[in-house]
Write a protein that binds this ligand. Sequence first.
Ligand SMILES: [Zn+2]
Ligand SMILES: [Zn+2]
Length: 180
Amino acid sequence: MPLEPLLPLFHRLDREHFDGVLAPGGRPLVDVRWSDGRLTRTAGLYRRGRLADGRDLCEIVLSRPLLEPLPRQATLGTLCHEMIHAWVDRILGVQEVHGPHFRARMERINRSQQGFEVSLRHRYPLPLSASRWIARCPRCDSRAAYQRRRQGLACRPCCERFHGGRWDPSCLLVFERTSA
Ligand SMILES: [Zn+2]
Ligand SMILES: [Zn+2]
């Protein structure tokens, strides 16, 4: 699905699950934005700090390459996950990552609705379109995405099917560069 503006989602989640405290007077305490195409190690992040020019930074960034191809629930769950981090940090003033405050709020949100789920981990498989390399099996023609070229990887299903589960050079994956 195409990229959805995040701010309306942020306000909605704030009203429904945080009693509006993350946007007092309608002004968000946190900037919310989509990443460029390079954020692929996590679906989302929350960070606060000071920029080199002295301005304060407090933002939620969601990964465009990971979330764009997924259903909307993945965006909602990831945004809500990062909003819990912002709530623990800015509202409770507690230093924790996925500690007891985080987990209690996450469980409460998950129990209260069916539209999406917040989880502790949010890694999603890298879509083929966002990766640098495609590894193709010359025997079965299956494809998988990789960020880095890897030496000596063989297709596991083919090694199992044709070589009794042993690595065999005839199943070596062929790495092809993508234009991403
Ligand atoms: Zn987290
Ligand atoms: Zn194969």
